[in-house]
Design a protein. Structure first.
Length: 298
């Protein structure tokens, strides 16, 4: 293949096809006709000597060659877009941009109402699409441009990601108001006698159980769930107790018959961060949104 004669517009078509895995939806994304996208796909197949996408049922399945090209092409297109728009100013009040953010249900509850209030006043045309956050950083989705930001708690991150501290959080023990074992703050022996609900979020071990394990202790976990919001309701209607982030626990204690207690041992705070691709640090719109999120925590 002679690259000097390669039509770079074909890369935009391939990117759309790999995202949508459907010719009609790719055409809609590109504002092109379906025959135009089909013709572009045929040209790509000829130039790259590979079928690229093959029909499997109602979807088009990428070939190994197409999958290998996906991330480099998407990265190159993103860099071109950012370079061409680097001199452009971002005007929040005039923007109609939509941002895709991955969060847990807990972070969505404590962050998004306040963020949306700020956006309604300063950037009413800006939209937010929330995606569910799994325990690990969705690196592939960030690399592919399927996500703009992730808000969560992470340890080590590859150098291609930028991280900003968003907020620090502590933990509280939540129980129903008339819990028979919790008429006063529990000591460690009472804590170990409680029947616990654990919000695992896909993790194998949380901060509490890690500390207990280091002391050669364990607690009785009778119910596990990935959902923070349901956890508070279950605790309010049963004899189960749950260790919840303080902001979330206080929110539900104002709505449900719950009492909150300090843990009978000392755990340090955990830290939540805003994570994005480092190469998007010149993206004025994205950096503006990050500052808005940080301002919400402040």
């Amino acid at each position: 293949m002679n690259f000097s004669n390669f039509d770079l517009n074909l890369l935009r078509v391939l990117d759309a096809l790999l995202r949508e895995q459907n010719v009609s939806r790719a055409a809609e994304r590109l504002a092109l006709s379906q025959p135009a996208v089909s013709n572009a796909l045929n040209r790509l197949r000829e130039l790259l000597d590979d079928p690229l996408l093959v029909r499997v049922g109602r979807r088009m399945q990428p070939t190994p060659r197409a999958l290998a090209l996906e991330a480099p092409i998407r990265s190159a297109l993103r860099q071109l877009e950012q370079s061409l728009s680097a001199g452009e100013s971002f005007v929040p009040g005039e923007s109609r941009q939509r941002f895709r953010i991955a969060v847990t249900d807990y972070v969505e509850l404590v962050c998004m109402p306040r963020l949306l209030d700020r956006l309604s006043r300063h950037a009413p045309g800006v939209g937010i699409d929330i995606r569910h956050l799994s325990p690990s950083l969705p690196m592939e989705a960030l690399d592919k441009g399927e996500l703009d930001l992730v808000l969560g708690r992470f340890d080590e991150l590859p150098a291609r990601f930028a991280r900003r501290h968003w907020m620090s959080e502590t933990l509280k023990l939540a129980a129903r108001n008339d819990h028979p074992l919790l008429q006063e703050a529990p000591d460690l022996s009472v804590f170990l006698r409680l029947r616990h609900l654990w919000v695992h979020g896909g993790q194998t071990r949380g901060m509490v159980d890690q500390w207990l394990g280091e002391q050669g202790l364990s607690r009785q976990i009778l119910y596990t769930t990935p959902n923070y919001l349901q956890a508070a309701h279950i605790v309010a209607g049963s004899e189960l107790t749950a260790v919840l982030p303080t902001a979330l626990a206080r929110h539900f204690a104002s709505l449900l018959p719950l009492r909150l207690f300090d843990l009978p041992f000392t755990l340090g705070p955990f830290h939540l961060e805003v994570v994005s691709l480092a190469q998007r640090q010149r993206d004025a719109a994205l950096q503006w949104l990050i500052e808005e999120i940080i301002a919400v925590a402040g």
